[in-house]
Design a protein around this ligand. Structure first.
Ligand code: ADP
Ligand code: MG
Length: 694
């Protein structure tokens, strides 16, 4: 058989099973079946007996007979089928909750069965729920030292396509398969001592030994990651070749004056390095498409501002897009203050600006009188036109969709340089894969004199202690945030939680001595700005808020962040919230309030937060806990379609594949010396979306 052959022609399949294979497992061809990898193997030499069972949840293979079949019904469609299974050394109970009818019809007393699954102890007795089950010793049975176990669905099982049936098919296939060609370059295979493709595809199903199985997995993972990298890096170099960018060659007056007169502190080494990287990009002749990562408080805004000055020195305009009006307003005020006296036109364009003012602002932008525009998505609207937009900076990138970003991109020809800033660090493996075609700059250094925020976990009984600590801080002149999560589907209920919280806080901190204010999504932009301003000026001591304050808010005098119901927040949100404190010279604190008993993953999140303030470590933990399936922005990245490699567990292989592809494309940028790879690229439907994300 050849990989391209229709699966229906494989011995043992036939039309009706072929249909099920296609519908349930996406298997249409022999090649598809070959790539339908087992998720585990059973070492035949390890066959157990019931008497020797000792660990729960360890996969075992048993042989024996069934008796005493019983059905209990707790309501319609809620049947429970139990069967006694014994092998001469003891007995255990097999249990089914689903597909009971089918099992009942199939099981025959006296016949010898092979049963596979994970035993558990229930009421002091061994049992096994939904085991894999086969008549043992049938003529078609598989004679291999390692039995592959395949993922199957209920439908597949009922069509006679349980894991053993699939195993029989793969055994037939592997034995009769031709036409499997090598896909990786020979020198790569050599360097990593990889199994050749044919051997790997055979051994992934039927290895002779554990070592061979490991080698097969490594080879196939590497291959998968290599081609993913080839997609990304090819797209990147295509963009480099085909996207002409404006050339910002000069460092002019504005930049220089700002640098020598306006910055109140020396730049950190990391800030300098990143500005240099961005400058190189903006004068290279290619359009810049760069991701700027830097932990909360690392000083990204200043970097952005200086890059905008470079654009202005080269005759262009620049804009900064922020996710909320609060943030945009805050940036605007910072910019006004820092740029004072440089004679630049700076405008704020947000939804709540009055229509007449909006019109005037837009006219100035179109005429080029405005050099820097700061705004929210109001900037994207079609009637905002620039005389010459040269640089777009997007703050807190994860808040904007791809669509919104590409609209900004279209506001100038050639397209503006794009700098995307994010304070949610991206785990290294992800940066190497998903963002393989974006250039990355990292500010990995905080301004001097910052003390890491100290983080503590507290439960309700200790609230009085927590509040008396807040009192001490406030009496020493500091300010405090108390943040509530959005838990309910309904805004009303969330607001109720918040107001209950506010009342509780107020009862501990009575007027007139203390001032408490409340900030939430239901307020108008003006009300929000008003509350923010009062807090900023120190007129209120405590800000009780929902997560509207999550991103970017900068009040250096605030030193305590209390997060209520902290178990309801994800890691990156907790990290963002904590980043609101620790911005000034004083020691800051983050207190995570939770209920008493927590789920495993909540415990892990809280533990991670208490043990590190390093955003990259937190991002890695987040990826590990949630898996890539739940990470924002990965849905179209291809990472989720990986069949065998894992970006969580295979970091060394990800790095190796990336380096190999980089070297290969460096030496042979057109792939003229690698016709096979070139053909792959031409056929790849996977042309990444990310090449145009910003
Ligand atoms: P983020 O990276 O979270 O956006 P910001 O740009 O808001 O961080 O900077 C946080 C604070 O640090 C601001 O108050 C800013 O003025 C200050 N800051 C930025 N760069 C430096 C520096 N090199 N030295 C001291 N303080 C700095
Ligand atoms: Mg910021």
């Amino acid at each position: 058989m050849q990989p391209g052959d229709d699966i229906v022609y494989l011995k043992g399949v036939g039309p009706s099973r072929a249909k099920v294979l296609a519908a349930e497992a996406g298997i249409h061809t022999c090649g598809d079946l070959l790539q339908y990898f087992p998720f585990r193997h059973i070492d035949r030499s390890q066959q157990s007996t019931i008497a020797s069972l000792h660990d729960e949840n360890q996969y075992v293979v048993l042989q024996g007979t069934v008796s005493n079949m019983q059905t209990a019904s707790n309501g319609p469609r809620r049947e429970r089928l139990t069967v006694d299974f014994s092998d001469g050394t003891g007995s255990l109970q097999l249990v089914w909750f689903q597909g009971t009818k089918w099992v009942r019809e199939k099981l025959k007393p006296g016949v010898k069965y092979t049963v596979m699954g994970k035993p558990t102890v229930f009421n002091g007795q061994w049992q096994m729920t939904h085991p894999e089950l086969e008549a043992a010793g049938a003529a078609t049975d598989i004679h291999q030292p390692f039995l592959p176990v395949y993922p199957t669905t209920e439908k597949m099982k009922h069509s006679g396509l349980g894991t053993r049936a699939i195993a029989r098919l793969t055994e037939t296939l592997v034995g009769s398969l031709g036409g499997i060609d090598e896909t990786l370059p020979p020198d790569v295979i050599e360097r990593y001592r990889l199994l050749d493709r044919r051997e790997a595809l055979k051994a992934i199903h039927y290895p002779d030994s554990q070592q061979q199985l490991d080698a097969a997995r490594t080879r196939l993972k590497f291959e998968e990651l290599f081609f993913m990298q080839l997609d990304y890096q090819w797209a990147h170099s295509e963009r480099q070749q085909h996207s002409a960018g404006r050339v910002f060659a000069t460092v002019g007056d504005h930049f220089n004056r700002f640098y020598s007169e306006k910055i109140p502190f020396p730049l950190t080494g990391a800030q300098k390095r990143v500005i240099r990287e961005i400058r190189e990009d903006m004068r290279s002749g290619h359009q810049m498409n760069r991701l700027l990562q830097g932990d909360v408080g690392s000083g990204k805004t200043l970097v952005a501002l200086m890059c905008m000055l470079l654009a202005i020195d080269n005759g262009s305009q620049a804009c900064l897009m922020a996710p909320t009006e609060i943030l945009a307003t805050q940036h605007y005020n910072t910019f006004l203050r820092m740029l004072d006296g440089l004679g630049l036109g700076v405008e704020l364009l947000i939804g709540s600006v009055r229509p007449a003012d909006k019109k005037r602002i837009k006219a100035r932008i179109a005429a080029g009188e405005t050099h820097i525009v700061i705004g929210t998505h109001a900037l994207i609207e079609d009637d905002v036109t620039f005389r010459d937009l040269g640089l777009v900076v997007i703050d807190e990138q994860h808040r904007f969709g791809v669509e919104q970003r590409s609209k900004l991109w279209a506001k100038a020809t050639p397209p503006p340089h794009v700098l995307v800033m994010t304070a949610t660090p991206i785990p290294r493996t992800l940066a190497m894969t998903v963002y393989g075609d974006l250039d990355c700059s990292v500010i990995d250094e905080l301004p001097p004199g910052r003390h890491p925020v100290r983080t503590y976990h507290r439960t309700e009984p200790r609230r009085p202690l927590v509040f008396s600590f807040l009192k001490k801080q406030i009496d020493a002149g500091r300010q405090v945030y108390v943040v509530y999560p959005l838990i309910h589907e309904s805004e009303k209920l969330d607001l109720k939680d918040l107001i209950d919280g506010l009342e509780m806080v107020q009862s501990y901190f009575p007027r007139p001595q203390y001032h408490v204010s409340m900030l939430h999504g239901g307020l108008t932009a003006e009300e929000k700005a008003f509350e923010m301003q009062r807090f900023k000026e120190g007129k209120t001591h405590i800000m009780v808020a929902t997560t509207v304050i999550e991103v970017g808010v900068d009040v250096p005098n605030a030193t305590v962040m209390v997060i209520e119901n902290a178990e309801h927040f994800g890691l990156s949100q907790l990290h963002q919230l904590r980043g609101r404190v620790g911005r000034g010279a004083e020691q800051s604190y983050c207190i995570l309030m939770t209920k008493d008993s927590l789920s495993y993953s909540s415990q892990e999140r809280i533990r991670t937060m208490c043990s590190t303030t390093d955003g990259f470590q937190i991002a890695e933990a987040d990826l590990r806990l949630r898996g890539p399936g739940d990470m924002q922005g990965l849905q179209q990245s291809g990472v989720l379609d990986l069949k065998i490699a894992s970006i969580v567990d295979d970091e060394p292989l990800v790095a190796a594949a990336r380096n190999e592809v980089r070297d290969l494309l460096g030496a042979d940028p057109t792939l003229s010396g690698h016709p096979l790879l070139l053909r792959y690229i031409e056929h790849s439907k996977n042309k990444t979306l990310w090449s145009k994300i910003s």
